[in-house]
Write a protein of this length. Structure first.
Length: 342
């Protein structure tokens, strides 16, 4: 068995979804295969991932599998107004509905939070179990298909099938999750740290690379140079007078360097183009195991003033009221009241 928790949420991995869609558009054409696309959500939980995928792949055939009866029941209800097939996860069932053009194993091939509290993982979740599950998924993938493994306890590079998988990257792909990493013998490779703004790893042993902490999308074929999907525009206007950069997500690399951890942060600069449009330039930057910093490529978008962080006094006042109304105390009281029978 892999992950037992069935927590989920809508659109949890937009950067991964967008990158996979862009790569399929490159390899299959703008129509993404003309309605022949088959996608498996492995560990579909309540079906929110399938609902999210529908917005990215409107014509695809969607399949989801899980081993939780409660999750499958919720998924069937959540998908009742959209075409999607969910089934109890067994090797035979996965094969019966395959092969697939896309497989997503997101926060499934792991044991969390238990893995964060042990020195060795081999008795709790042996590598053979991880390799068996991942190997079947790779075998169920069509040639040229894509698989995403996010938040796995073991390294994809350690799989017997690693030679069939080529990493797919884009400026949006900066991490493969916060789950602690382990070697095939079960020994710990990283100690991870997570809070509301941080996904960080500290290496506690050798045998891991920076790519092992970033790559999460792979194309089935033969091993080769990583595939870079440059679908985000690098420029959308002429000369732009950009302001100072600001941290828009993740952790500042300066803080990560000081703490000696591998972590990423998204930096944004807003500015005005000559034609008056507001432009935002973004980039994910990440510390490396050797203590240096790397960037994954900038992209630009035309944005509203609000998106660029340029708020009026009235707008700031409205947000201040929002913050006052959403204290932890107010939220808990409102939840309690909603459950009372009177």
């Amino acid at each position: 068995m892999a992950q037992k928790l069935t927590n989920t949420a809508p659109n949890r991995y937009p950067g991964i979804f967008r990158t996979m869609r862009a790569r399929l558009a490159e390899s299959r054409g703008p129509d993404l295969g003309g309605g022949d696309l088959r996608i498996l959500s492995f560990g579909c939980s309540a079906g929110f991932e399938m609902l999210s995928l529908r917005s990215y792949f409107p014509d695809a055939s969607l399949f989801g599998c899980d081993r939780s009866a409660d999750a499958l029941d919720r998924a069937k209800r959540n998908l009742r107004e959209d075409a999607g097939i969910v089934f109890y996860s067994t090797p035979e069932a996965i094969e019966a509905f395959g092969p697939y053009d896309m497989i997503l194993a997101m926060s499934v091939l792991c044991q969390y939070p238990a893995s964060s509290k042990v020195d060795r993982l081999d008795t709790l979740f042996p590598f053979s179990t991880f390799a068996g599950l991942a190997g079947q998924l790779v075998s169920s993938l069509r040639p040229g298909g894509l698989i995403s493994i996010f938040n796995g306890n073991y390294l994809v590079s350690a799989l017997p099938e690693a030679g069939l998988l080529t990493p797919v990257r884009s400026p949006l792909i900066h991490t493969n999750g916060f789950i602690d990493k382990f070697a095939p013998d079960g020994s710990r490779l990283t100690q991870s740290f997570r809070d509301k703004a941080t996904i960080a790893h500290k290496a506690v042993a050798g045998g891991i690379t920076d790519d092992d902490l970033r790559d999460c999308i792979y194309e089935k074929g033969t091993w080769g140079v990583a595939i870079d999907v440059d679908f985000l525009p690098k420029t959308v206007a002429g000369d732009v007078n950009f302001g100072d950069p600001r941290l828009a997500g993740g952790i500042a690399v300066e803080d990560a360097l000081r703490k000696g951890v591998v972590a990423s942060g998204r930096v944004e600069r807003a500015g005005q183009a000559a034609d008056g449009r507001t432009v935002v330039e973004s980039e994910w930057r990440k510390t490396r195991l050797d203590g240096s910093v790397t960037g994954f490529g900038t992209w630009q978008t035309v944005a509203s003033a609000e998106r660029a962080g340029q708020l009026t006094d009235r707008q700031r006042a409205a947000l201040a009221v929002t913050n006052e109304k959403t204290t932890r105390k107010d939220i808990l009281i409102e939840r309690l009241k909603s459950r009372l029978p009177f």
